[in-house]
Write a protein that binds this ligand. Structure first.
Ligand SMILES: [Zn+2]
Length: 235
């Protein structure tokens, strides 16, 4: 494991060698490269349970109105400029009211975020979700459905009325057909069924399954309340 402070100190040397090339750049680097030795290390959650706990704590702050907006300053931007190591993948809807970094009170370099309408999935989306766990060892994937999902509502209406949605919106409706048929016309139930369906698909993913079996990865499904801001685990 490479020590972050050691890297920063190495950066000071490199910055010194580069002095004179651009005084502005060196000054900016020096600002980041001088953390006090008293500063507690900013430890990234490394297990699935630690990662879920960190997301739950962030969501609690969001619900309570006590957000700290971590990792959202220039120092963090520089810290992760050359390398990222997010602790979770969040796969959510495109809905403007469900921004993962906000609802989990996280910042730059903390999350991989994949978003599609109604968090519907296909091979391209699966590939995007696979990247973190497969390449960087990201320990958690959260599939996040949400209250009053417009995509799921539109799909339910289209399927109910046998009226095809325009353009590729019809592809979204097709992707939600299975959840629709098992929800008895209840849109909120359909949102939850679809979320659990996506979790089931991802758990069978050939890159995920071996990591799940070894305890290195968890895929969880959750539901976001637009009214309260609270994330509730479904599966
Ligand atoms: Zn939605």
């Amino acid at each position: 494991m490479i020590n972050r402070r050691a890297l920063l100190r190495a950066g000071v040397v490199a910055g010194g060698l580069l002095a004179g090339v651009t005084s502005l750049g060196t000054a900016a680097f020096a600002h980041v490269a001088e953390p006090s030795d008293d500063t507690p290390p900013d430890r990234r959650p490394s297990t699935p349970d630690e990662a879920w706990a960190a997301l739950r704590e962030g969501n609690r702050r969001w619900v309570d109105g006590t957000t700290t907006h971590p990792h959202q300053d220039a120092a963090r931007r520089k810290e992760v400029a050359q390398k990222q190591d997010p602790f979770a993948v969040v796969f959510s809807c495109i809905d403007s009211r469900v921004a993962p970094e906000l609802v989990f009170d996280t910042g730059l370099g903390d999350l991989f975020v994949v978003r599609t309408a109604g968090q519907t999935i296909d091979p391209l989306v699966t590939g995007a979700a696979e990247y973190g766990p497969a390449e960087l060892g990201t320990p958690l994937v959260v599939v996040l459905g949400h209250q009053r999902c417009g995509a799921v509502t539109a799909a339910a209406e289209s399927l109910h009325q046998h009226k095809k949605l325009p353009g590729e919106l019809s592809t979204i409706a097709s992707s939600l057909r299975s959840a629709y048929t098992r929800s008895g016309g209840d849109v909120d139930k359909m949102i939850r069924v679809n979320t659990v369906d996506v979790v089931s698909r991802l758990k069978k993913d050939k890159l995920f399954a071996p990591r799940i079996a070894k305890g290195k990865l968890k895929v969880v499904g959750a539901y976001y309340s637009i009214d309260t801001g609270e994330v509730t685990r479904l599966v």
